[in-house]
Design a protein around this ligand. Sequence first.
Ligand SMILES: Nc1ncnc2c1ncn2[C@@H]1O[C@H](COP(=O)(O)OP(=O)(O)OP(=O)(O)O)[C@@H](O)[C@H]1O
Ligand SMILES: [Mg+2]
Length: 269
Amino acid sequence: MTMRTESRTLLELDAVRKSFGGVAAVASLSLGVPAGSVMGLMGPNGAGKTTVINLVTGMFPLDAGCIRLAGDDIQGLPAHRIAARGIVRTYQNVRLFSGMTALEQVLAGCFLRRGTSLFASFLGTPAARAAQARATEHARHLLARVGLAHRADVLAETLSYGEQRRIEIARALGAAPRLLLLDEPTAGMNAQESAAIGRLVHELRDAGLTVLMVEHNVRLVTEFCDHAAVMSFGRLLVAGTPAECIAHPDVQTAYFGHSADAERIRALR
Ligand SMILES: Nc1ncnc2c1ncn2[C@@H]1O[C@H](COP(=O)(O)OP(=O)(O)OP(=O)(O)O)[C@@H](O)[C@H]1O
Ligand SMILES: [Mg+2]
């Protein structure tokens, strides 16, 4: 295993709580994501994983606790201010704009953070045209990065599900994140497509990005995540290396059911 300095914590959740009605979706969760690493967030359905992403991105206010990015308290900031600080996400269910090509989807992401005034681009000033050309070039580069350069001019809704998920990642990258939150990026993908996402995430990490990915695929977490954390009923069961997490008896029970079943499930993988 390669050694990498991970002394800084980029994202820190400190005793975070969020309830919906009577349901504690996240119950006093404390978790740190080291800068420059990939963390896999696991847990059974309804454990609170997506809620964590919603809270970190400012979609909902917290009930209690604190969320810090590189030491700065970001709770209470509106979602666009959090995005401007470099926290960008993808969604569990693909959310692309209909009627837009793959390239246009990624361009939309590029403008999310750059803040080029729409008014200026309507005026078509030379500066606005130059900015547009730079953004287009960057969007093409990002499409190539997710292996979809050849799909740039195709309507996104006509692409395969796996391709749409990769466009979502390219669009998120367009916003120049420092922390990328991926909500089940490999859901519905076959083994090859999933491994390609794993490799992409590694490349992004090696280029300096920090990634928190919700992922059910144990093999993918083991192979591609530096750290893992497992939630159950809104709480953190365990955090550590993927191997430590998966071996934890509570995880065997919570994630796979009875641990004897887990052994059988693992034998089938
Ligand atoms: N906006 C909401 N309104 C009401 N309840 C919600 C809301 N969001 C989440 N919940 C509830 O909070 C709990 C955690 O949901 P969450 O979507 O975070 O789980 P998850 O770990 O992402 O599950 P899955 O693996 O199914 O995606 C669930 O009981 C869910 O019904
Ligand atoms: Mg979810």
